[in-house]
Design a protein around this ligand. Structure first.
Ligand code: CXF
Ligand code: ZN
Length: 365
């Protein structure tokens, strides 16, 4: 029997999402039915919805990849989850493919074809696609068990749904992908919902100097509260922001991050990395087709350039520890959740993001 559920559906690029009932196929082999309790509004979904993301989607689609909820039913062959488990959605970790068996990275082979190209799993009279094979902007979803991480039951759903992408992407970028070391210097370009978590990750790592860069003074104040030692507003430095940062760090930072998805900022982040060993990590998703202008000599001079998805974190094997850290108060997500909305208000939630207001909005069910 199909499962009826309410979902926010994108029928046309950049047109308001429509709340309507869809029918989910019951969980098949290796699949799980989840009742969502919280779903975060991530910027990546906005890019897909507006049609300029390198991650595509077939339409109509139920977007949303940040989510947390309760397992209602498991399909045949699911051994690591059971009804009643609290779960977070995440990029897949099948734990059996060559990539999952290797010690390198977090790209399960099931995403080698790209993040946006997962098969549809959600249906109504016409076919509706589930973004990323998830579709968390709905009361329920059916997905593969590889995309679900079982976590402790005392963790609040709204905060762990933020760990489903944005918060983990930031924390992981610092701690897992770049492996920021104690005593090092760090520059973070962009102090939004991801950049502020890079700041928290760098603080947890014990970085000595953590510089937050943003044109928004309020975000600078938040960065300082969360661990930044310095805030720099580029508007105060004309076209010499890189020169200022190099001077402030005494030659460039050990680790730099770009968390906006803006090509010019990525170039500045690379140029602000220290000659000899500075590592620049690209975290923000730039619009499809835009190209980074890299001076090869910047790399010859020993700067390293890398990128990361989901902060390099593997869901099933690493996310539960992040939840423990959250519950131990090692980082703060509560104050970064600036709105809680019902699914029916999802378009208003994204309007807030488009205006650059707030930090993380969460749909609560
Ligand atoms: C995205 C970043 C780009 C690759 C897919 C995952 N992360 C979340 O929004
Ligand atoms: Zn996301």
């Amino acid at each position: 029997m199909p499962i009826k559920t309410d979902a926010a559906i994108v029928f046309e690029v950049n047109q308001p999402m429509v709340i309507d009932q869809v029918e989910l196929d019951p969980p098949g082999e290796g699949e799980v039915l989840v009742e969502l309790k919280a779903a975060g509004l991530c910027h990546t979904d906005l890019g897909i919805w507006e049609g300029h993301s390198p991650i595509g989607a077939n339409l109509p689609v139920v977007l949303g990849h940040e989510g947390a909820g309760i397992v209602l039913e498991t399909g045949p062959g699911v051994t690591d989850l059971k009804p009643g488990d609290h779960v977070i959605t995440f990029a897949p970790e099948c734990q059996v493919c060559g990539a999952c068996h290797s010690t390198k990275g977090n790209f399960c082979e099931s995403v080698l074809a790209g993040y946006g190209s997962e098969p549809s799993i959600s249906a109504d009279k016409n076919r509706v696609f589930a973004g990323y094979g998830l579709g968390t902007f709905a009361n329920h979803l059916v997905t593969t068990s590889s995309r679900l991480v079982s976590v402790r039951k005392d963790a609040p759903f709204d905060q762990i749904s933020y760990l489903s992408c944005g918060a983990t992407t930031g924390l992981g970028a610092a701690l897992v992908e770049a492996k920021v070391e104690a005593g090092s210097s760090v520059i973070v370009f962009g102090l939004g919902g991801i950049g502020l978590n890079i700041i928290q990750g760098a603080r947890i790592a014990g970085a000595r100097m953590i510089i937050g860069v943003d044109i928004n003074e309020d975000r600078g104040a938040m960065a300082v509260r969360l661990g930044a030692t310095h805030f720099v507003n580029p508007r105060n430095h004309g076209d010499n922001i890189v020169g200022h940062l190099i001077e402030l760090t005494g030659g460039g930072a050990d680790y730099t991050f770009e968390a906006v998805g803006h090509i010019r900022l990525m170039e500045q982040a690379l140029a602000s990395a220290r000659i000899g060993w500075g590592v620049c990590t690209i975290v923000g998703v730039a619009p499809n087709g835009e190209k980074l202008g890299v001076l090869p000599f910047d790399l010859i001079m020993g700067r390293k350039l890398q990128g990361t998805a989901m902060g390099g974190v593997r869901g099933k094997s690493q996310l539960p520890e992040f939840v423990d850290w959250l519950m131990e108060g090692r980082f703060d997500l509560k104050s970064l959740i600036t709105a809680r909305l019902p699914l029916s208000k999802i378009n208003e939630g994204y309007d807030v993001m488009r205006r650059g207001e707030g930090m993380r909005s969460i749909i609560t069910f």
